[in-house]
Design a protein around this ligand. Structure first.
Ligand code: PLP
Length: 343
């Protein structure tokens, strides 16, 4: 696991990333520029999730069941890849992470498996069930007022505690690389020719990882699918930067996992969406309730933040904006919400 990291802003390059994964010269998140991609090593059976193909209106929709990863979300891919990297490169006394919930649970699970401590910073909007899971996994949870504050406090601890390791999915390029193998898997399992990907967006690890994977495999797949990012009404950062093909109003409190207001890799997210020819769709609580019902009725046990893709799929179908082979990652498990969700 030898990577060269480079700053996309000033070109600073290093083989040893800073504890906060940022360029020490200009502060931008570092990227990996190494040619050779290491093989993924499984720690808890993450990845290789099932893909379920469904015929709808003359198209094939592939639902990738990312909620079946060991801690119940796609985040395990990035966390495991990062933990593997640390296992080779650094003796971590503990793991630090900031998270609206799922990356925190994932970090706490791998920390437990590795016999380490976990310090998780989360905004007060964290779902009760996820906070409970964190405590069952032995993590120390620090609640902050906002998602941004959680990020700043985790960064502060990562800089101060030099023998702790910061997972830092908002900034960590090793995390995104771990995510990119979703593209390898779907092409291996379902063949090339994906025309579109519809996915929930918060910090951008899923979107950037999938984009990176499809770019790497462009020769085999023949094309880069259009990326359709779905966001709740409470988050506005894509407006004015990419084409918004569906807007909505009203509350979106059910989207507790999608509350990042200002992602560290915003420029890269915008560039990936625009280059792919895709766009953004905005959804509210009613859309999420409808999405949960529809997806459960097909047997997919997802959480509301994951179900945002349903209203987006319906809209893109109605407006004929998507092609004939569509990837829809189902990102988070509804089992974390049983007893909590009111439809
Ligand atoms: C269930 C779920 N779906 C989607 C996302 C958005 O992913 P990303 O932060 O990679 O944009 C998250 C983020 O935490 C999540 O928990």
């Amino acid at each position: 696991m030898n990577f060269t990291f480079r700053c996309p802003g000033c070109g600073y390059s290093t083989d040893k990333p800073t504890p906060d994964w940022k360029c020490p010269v200009c502060g931008r998140p570092l990227n990996i520029v190494s040619e050779k991609i290491p093989k993924r090593k499984s720690l808890m059976g993450e990845g290789n999730t099932p893909s379920v193909g469904v015929e709808r209106k003359g198209r094939k929709i592939f639902f990738k069941l990312e909620y079946l990863n060991p801690s119940g979300s796609f985040k395990d891919r990035g966390t495991a890849f990062t933990v593997n990297y640390f296992n080779v490169k650094k003796n971590c006394s503990s793991y630090i992470e900031d998270s609206s919930g799922n990356t925190g649970v994932s970090t706490a699970m791998y920390a437990a498996a590795m016999g380490k401590k976990a310090f998780i910073f989360s905004p007060k909007t964290i779902a009760e069930s996820k906070a409970k899971l964190l405590s069952l996994l032995g993590a120390t949870l620090k609640i902050t007022e906002t998602r941004e504050e959680a990020y700043q406090e985790a960064l502060k601890m990562a800089r101060e505690e030099t023998d702790a390791c910061y997972i830092g999915h908002m900034v960590n390029p090793v995390f995104n690389l771990g995510m990119s193998f979703i593209a390898d898997e779907v092409i291996r399992d379902d063949g090339p020719g994906f025309t579109d990907v519809i996915l929930p967006l918060a910090s951008g690890t899923l979107l950037l990882g999938i984009y990176q994977g499809f770019l790497r495999l462009a020769e085999k797949n023949g094309q880069i699918p259009k990326l359709w990012a779905v966001q709740p009404t409470q988050v506005k950062y894509l407006r004015g930067k990419v084409k918004v093909v569906r807007d909505a109003e009203g509350p979106s409190d059910l989207a507790d996992a999608l509350v990042v207001k200002s992602p560290a890799r915003l420029d890269e997210i915008v560039e990936a969406i625009n280059r792919s020819g895709g766009g953004a769709l905005i959804v509210n609580d009613d859309d999420m309730r409808r999405g949960v019902k529809a997806l459960y009725s097909m047997g997919f046990i997802v959480e509301p933040s994951s179900a945002v893709v349903w209203a987006a799929l319906e809209h893109l179908e109605k407006e004929e904006l998507i092609g004939n082979k569509v990837l829809v990652p189902l990102t988070g498990s509804g089992l974390k919400y049983i007893g909590q969700i009111k439809l």
